[in-house]
Design a protein around this ligand. Sequence first.
Ligand code: CU
Length: 174
Amino acid sequence: MRLTPELTIFGIFLILAAVAIGTLVAIACVAHGPAIEQAAIQNQGYRLRRIWFRGLAIVAVVGFLFSLPAFPYRSRSQLASSQHYPVTALQFAFVMPAMLPINTPIVLDVTATDVNHGVGIYDPDGRIVAQVQAMPGYTNSLQLMLKKPGQYVVLCLEYCGIAHHLMRAGFEVR
Ligand SMILES: [Cu+2]
C-alpha cells in the first residue's frame, strides 16, 4: 500500500485520537473521591474561560494583521491591469484560450450559455488549482496566477446533463 498524504493524515489522526482517549481514561482512573459542589469550582471555570477567550481574541487579531498583506484578491486598479480571458461553458464543452501566460496575473471571465457548470482547473501534476462556477447570464471573474508550465486540464465540476462526464478541456501554460 502506497503512503498517500490522506493515509498519513489518517495515521496521525489515529495516533492523536488514541492519545486523547488514553488521557481521558487515565483521568477517569485517578480522579475519584467525593463530588465537589458546583459553586466551588464555578468561579475558577469562569476565570479560565475569560483567559481562554482573551487569548483567542489576541491570537485572532494578531493573525489577522500578519496575514492581511497576503490577502489573495487584487485591488481594483490591479484587476484593471490584469489580462482578461473569456471562458464559456456549455453542454458539453468549454470555449476558452488554448494557451495562458505563466507567472502573470490573469483573470478568467467565466460564464455559461445554457445551465450551471463548474470549471475545475488542474495543473500538470493533476492537482486542482482553482475552481469557479459558470452560470448563465452572469460572469464570474476568477483571479489566477499560474506558476507551473505545461498542459493543464479543465473539468466540469457540476452535473449539468447526460454528457457531463465528457466536459473536458485543456490549455497550455508557458
Ligand atoms: Cu458538467
